[in-house]
Design a protein around this ligand. Structure first.
Ligand code: ASP
Length: 434
């Protein structure tokens, strides 16, 4: 059986198992300090979920353990390999161009969806409605820029949330490594190349565990969250799902087809293990080892391009998150406006578009990072951040969807850049399964 079919089967099985446990096992809930209901420690459901939680955590840690060494080695050796040549500017330009373009397209989809379906109008939300708002200075581009530069490299390397800093450092190391005299350059470059090859070997082994990891994660997530708590926000969730689907199934495939001439369906099949991992882990960074493996082995993208575009993409290219930032903030402001509060004018909406882009770049590839960034946009607009806290209660399923879209866009970036660099992709991939 193909790897992606196996993962899909285990994913469905995990969902059913989690749902069955949730339905049949007695459970108690407590409300935590953020006002979100959580499973009480020690109730029957909690006890039964424990082994699945353990397996899920072990699986997540196996992937997490690879993130920093993979990002560091892949970017350093990737950049060092091309920094000397004229390829560097071109590749970098294309990659960043694609990232900004697709993120803006995603935000536009979010903007259209929220104005078309108006999920916030008349929504019944337990939020106090302010009658005016005071745009604060908020957090801005300058802020992201400042946080991008590590004050201490070792601190950045030891925190999975500081990936933008690791990337910044790795880009510098790769770039200047290429300029060192031969005697110094050679051993270091070989060290990073070998280190990267080693990490990819380990990633290959973790790949074979994905079906079981995904199973445990789904049991845990569905068992802990269930489906019942979404109530009034179901319409909003449906709008988010629809907008994400439109971006993933129409906009991105169109780019893949028209710019790269690659069949979206075949590419989807090749990328599926990474998409399913993204869906069940809710983390692009955690998925990175799988994404790299899958794009190189099943997608047949060269190591040069995959190791340059994907680690960057996992942190700075988040189409799903960008779309969600825009849709979520405008949803809340729609609610406030329709409940007798204030409304956002065009300038505010434009502000939302640009901060959504920055928030998606600045967000770490970890679960619910997008929601944390949303509080920054809200306070920049002078809106109460309680809205984001409310959305936290329903964030998991939305996070799963937007993370899958984030990773889908990264894989397409690799294909588009590879094709425009004259590479053949997917040539033997339809039959290949690692
Ligand atoms: N969980 C997402 C990711 O890792 C980020 C987000 O919260 O939107 O891609």
């Amino acid at each position: 059986m193909k790897l992606h079919t196996r993962i899909l089967l285990w994913l469905v099985l995990g969902t059913l198992t989690g749902a069955a446990m949730r339905a049949w096992l007695p459970a108690e809930f407590v409300v935590d300090e953020k006002g979100v209901a959580r499973l009480a420690d020690g109730c029957a459901l909690d006890t039964w979920l424990a082994p699945f939680r353990l397996a899920a955590n072990v699986f997540m840690s196996l992937l997490r353990m690879l993130i920093v060494p993979l990002i560091l080695t892949s970017i350093v050796q990737g950049v060092a390999g091309i920094a000397g040549s004229r390829d560097f500017g071109r590749l970098g330009g294309k990659t960043l161009g694609y990232y900004v373009l697709t993120s803006l397209l995603a935000i536009t989809t979010g903007l259209l969806a929220v104005n078309l379906f108006r999920p916030g109008v008349g929504a019944d939300l337990p939020l106090a409605v302010p009658d005016h708002f005071e745009p604060g200075g908020g957090r801005s581009f300058a802020d992201i820029l400042e946080r991008m530069i590590p004050q201490n490299v070792f601190e950045a390397l030891s925190d999975n949330g500081l990936m933008l800093q690791v990337i910044f450092f790795a880009l510098l190391v790769g770039f200047f490594l290429a300029r060192l005299p031969e005697r110094h350059r050679r051993p270091l470059q070989e060290l990073f190349e070998s280190g990267f090859a080693l990490m990819m070997e380990i990633a290959g082994w973790v790949l074979s565990l994905i079906p079981y990891g995904v199973f445990a994660l789904m049991v845990k997530v569905v068992g802990e969250t269930g489906f019942g708590s979404f109530g009034d926000l179901l319409y909003y969730m449906a709008v988010v799902g629809l907008a994400l689907l439109f971006h993933a199934a129409v906009v991105l495939p169109a780019l893949l087809w028209f710019i790269a001439g690659v069949s979206p369906l075949r590419w989807f099949k090749a990328a599926l293990p990474a998409l399913l991992t993204a869906f069940s882990t809710s983390s692009s960074s955690v998925t990175l080892p799988v994404t790299l493996r899958v794009v190189e082995e099943r997608g047949r993208v060269s190591n040069k391009i995959a190791s340059f575009t994907l680690p960057l993409g996992a942190t700075i290219n988040m189409d799903g998150t960008a779309l969600y930032e825009c849709l979520g903030v405008l949803f809340l402001s729609q609610f406030y406006a329709s409940s007798g509060g204030f409304s956002l004018d065009l300038a505010d909406q434009i502000y939302v578009v640009f901060t959504a882009l920055l928030a998606s770049i600045g967000a770490a590839g970890i679960p619910s990072a997008g929601l944390v960034m949303m509080t920054a946009i809200l306070s920049g607009l002078g809106l109460p951040i309680e809205g984001a806290v409310l959305l936290l209660a329903i964030d998991r399923p939305l996070d799963m969807m937007r993370t899958a879209v984030n990773v889908w866009s990264d894989t397409i970036a690799a294909a588009v850049v590879a094709r425009t660099e004259g590479e053949e992709v997917l040539t033997t991939a339809s039959s290949a399964s690692p």
